[in-house]
Design a protein around this ligand. Structure first.
Ligand code: AMP
Length: 174
């Protein structure tokens, strides 16, 4: 079991950002510390050892930071799930609910092969709406999602209940 207390201490709470009532979990102090950033990547990568994943999927935008480094470490591919309108080729789209209104995430239709094992990574699991939409995209493409990994999980929001049977692995739980 790794000691994650230094990672937790580095996450900065920013009250009322981007709007009143939200406590934003700022990961930039973790990213700015080489030892902590490497520790996070190693925890994610170690937990995928022997899983057989051939792609790591990152969620736009902070998920990309971790997912690409984990993909590099494991020597596997990286797939971006992007906000609507950013991917240039043929896409599949999924809509999800926000507090006010909705948003859409997209993936390239050839990003994963049917039956391919992948892991999904993002920085924060809050309500789970974003990750659930990303999972639907992957499952529609026929991918087998072996794990959804997060640096942080806001446990009081119970977002993991929206992720179905997929294993959820969070380094820090609040
Ligand atoms: P949700 O769909 O509610 O699980 O929200 C997850 C997405 O919103 C992730 O991509 C996070 O980057 C971002 N997010 C949600 N809540 C926070 C928070 N308190 N601090 C930082 N990012 C957040």
């Amino acid at each position: 079991m790794r000691d994650v207390s230094r990672i937790k201490a580095a996450v900065r709470d920013v009250p009322d950002f981007p709007k009143p009532g939200i406590v934003f979990k700022d990961i930039t102090p973790v990213l700015g510390d080489g030892a902590l950033f490497r520790e996070v990547i190693e925890i994610f990568a170690d937990s995928l050892a022997g899983s057989g994943v051939t792609k790591i999927v990152g969620i736009d935008a902070r998920g990309f930071i971790f997912a690409s480094a984990v993909a590099f470490k494991l020597g596997v591919g990286f797939i971006p799930v992007r906000k609507k309108g950013k991917l240039p080729w043929t896409t599949r789209a999924e809509e999800y609910e926000l507090e006010y209104g909705s948003a859409i995430v997209e993936i390239h239709t050839d990003a994963v092969a049917p039956g391919e094992k992948v892991a999904l990574i993002d920085d924060v699991l809050a309500t789970g709406g974003t990750a659930a939409a990303a999972l639907r995209l992957l499952q529609c493409c026929g991918a087998e999602v072996v794990k959804a990994q997060f640096l942080m999980e806001l446990g009081f929001l119970d977002g993991r209940k929206n992720l179905g049977a997929v294993a959820v692995d969070s380094i820090l739980i609040y």
